[in-house]
Design a protein around this ligand. Structure first.
Ligand SMILES: C[S@@+](CC[C@H](N)C(=O)[O-])C[C@H]1O[C@@H](n2cnc3c(N)ncnc32)[C@H](O)[C@@H]1O
Length: 339
C-alpha cells in the first residue's frame, strides 16, 4: 500500500474496500462521487471500440462480470458506512451492469434522490442500431435528521431567465445532463475520464467549501482535482499501481481553489417586486409559467415556491393572484393555458 498526504488530502494506492475500512471512519464523508469499473472487460475496451490506446494510461483494473454483484455490494456497503447522515453519493454507471448497482443500493438504507442521465458526445458509432451515448448517474443520500446540502442557486439564481423566458435554474436542474467529454489530443488519460464540467456540477450542488469529498475509484484523479480546485478536502483510492504512480504527480501542482475564478456567478435572488401592483402582462406571464410547471408535473406547492422566486414576490401574493385570475390551483380542475 502506497499512501500520499498532499496538503491534508489523502490518496491510497489500494483496493477501496480494504482501504476505506482501514483509513476512513464511520460517518465522516460529506460527498462521494465515483465511477467504478463497468464489468465489461474495460481493460480490453479498445479492442471493441477501435480506440487508439497509445494515449490511454496502462493498468486499468476491471472486475469480472461474474463477480460484479458481489463487488457492487461490498463497495456500496462501505460507501454507506463512511457517509455522514445526509451525506450524498453520485455513482456513474453504464447500463450493462446497472442492475447490480441498483440492487446493491437497494440493499442499503441509502435513499434515491434522482436517477440522472448523462448524455455525452462521441458515442461509439454503429450503423444498424442506435448509437449509445449516455451513462446513468445514481444520486442517493444517507438518511439523517435535518436537511441534506443542496445548493439550489449555486450556479443559476431562481430568477435568471433564458432569452426565450425559460428559467436557467430549472434547465440546469433537469435530470438529463448534456455534457461533452473532453477531447485531449496527445495527452495521456484514464479510460472513461469524467469531464471537469460534470464534476463541478455535482460538487457545487451537493457540497460546501471545506467538506470532505471521496472517490473510491480514482482512475485519472479527476474527482480529486476538481474537488481540491473547488476548495473541498479529498480522500480517494486507486488499486492500479501504474495508474496511481502516473497520476499522483499531477496532484502536487493542483492549487486549492484554483477553479473558483472559472465559476459563473449566479444573480442574487430578491423579492424585488414585493408590494408592486400587477399589470396584465405580469398576470399573463404568471399564469403561463404556472401552467407550464404544473404540466411538467411540478406540485402546486413547489410551483408556487418557484414562481415566488422567479417573479420576485411572496408566496401568498402568487397564490392570491392565481386564485383571483381563475388559474386552477385546485387539483380537481383542469389547467387553463392562457397564451
Ligand atoms: C472507470 S475508472 C475511473 C475513472 C475516473 N472517474 C476518471 O475520471 O478518470 C475506474 C478505476 O477504478 C480502478 N479500480 C478497479 N477496482 C478497484 C478497487 N477495488 N479499488 C480501487 N480502484 C479500483 C480501475 O483501475 C480504474 O482506474
Amino acid at each position: 500500500m502506497n499512501e500520499h498526504n498532499i496538503n491534508g488530502n489523502r490518496f491510497f494506492n489500494q483496493d477501496c474496500v480494504t482501504g476505506s475500512r482501514t483509513h476512513i471512519e464511520d460517518g465522516s464523508v460529506d460527498l462521494i462521487i465515483t465511477d467504478p469499473p463497468y464489468g465489461i472487460n474495460g481493460d480490453t475496451l479498445h479492442k471493441h471500440y477501435y480506440r487508439d490506446e497509445g494515449y490511454v494510461i496502462d493498468g486499468y483494473v476491471e472486475v469480472p462480470a461474474e463477480k460484479y454483484s458481489e463487488f457492487s455490494h461490498s463497495w456500496i456497503n462501505e460507501a454507506e458506512r463512511i457517509l455522514k447522515p445526509n451525506g450524498q453519493i453520485y455513482i456513474v454507471s453504464g447500463y450493462t451492469n446497472l442492475y447490480y448497482v441498483l440492487e446493491a443500493l437497494r440493499a442499503t438504507k441509502l435513499k434515491e434522490i434522482n436517477h440522472i442521465i448523462w448524455k455525452y458526445n462521441f458515442g461509439v458509432f454503429t450503423s444498424a442500431k442506435y448509437v449509445s451515448s449516455h451513462y446513468h448517474i445514481l444520486y442517493y443520500a444517507k438518511p439523517g435528521k435535518g436537511k441534506k446540502t443542496f445548493n439550489t442557486e449555486s450556479r443559476y439564481g431562481l430568477t435568471e431567465q433564458k432569452e426565450d423566458g425559460g428559467s436557467l435554474n430549472y434547465e440546469d436542474r433537469e435530470d438529463v445532463w448534456v455534457i461533452n467529454r473532453e477531447y485531449k489530443p496527445g495527452q495521456v488519460k484514464n479510460k472513461n475520464e469524467l469531464p471537469t464540467e460534470l464534476l463541478i456540477k455535482m460538487i457545487q450542488y451537493s457540497s460546501n467549501q471545506g467538506d470532505l469529498v471521496c472517490d473510491l475509484f480514482m482512475g485519472g484523479f479527476t474527482t480529486a482535482k476538481v474537488a481540491i480546485g473547488l476548495g473541498r478536502k479529498f480522500v480517494g483510492f486507486e488499486i492500479s499501481k501504474s495508474i496511481f504512480e502516473q497520476k499522483i504527480t499531477d496532484i502536487e501542482s493542483i492549487k486549492p481553489g484554483y477553479l473558483y475564478e472559472t465559476l459563473r456567478v449566479p444573480e442574487a435572488n430578491t423579492r424585488h417586486n414585493q408590494g408592486k401592483g400587477w399589470d396584465a402582462a405580469d398576470v399573463k406571464a404568471l399564469l403561463k409559467r404556472y401552467n407550464a410547471l404544473r404540466n411538467a408535473n411540478c406540485s402546486k406547492k413547489d410551483a408556487i415556491a418557484m414562481l415566488s422566486d422567479e417573479f420576485g414576490r411572496g408566496r401568498w401574493a402568487i397564490e392570491r393572484q392565481l386564485k383571483k385570475n381563475h388559474a386552477e390551483i385546485d387539483e380537481s380542475q383542469q389547467l387553463k393555458l392562457i397564451d
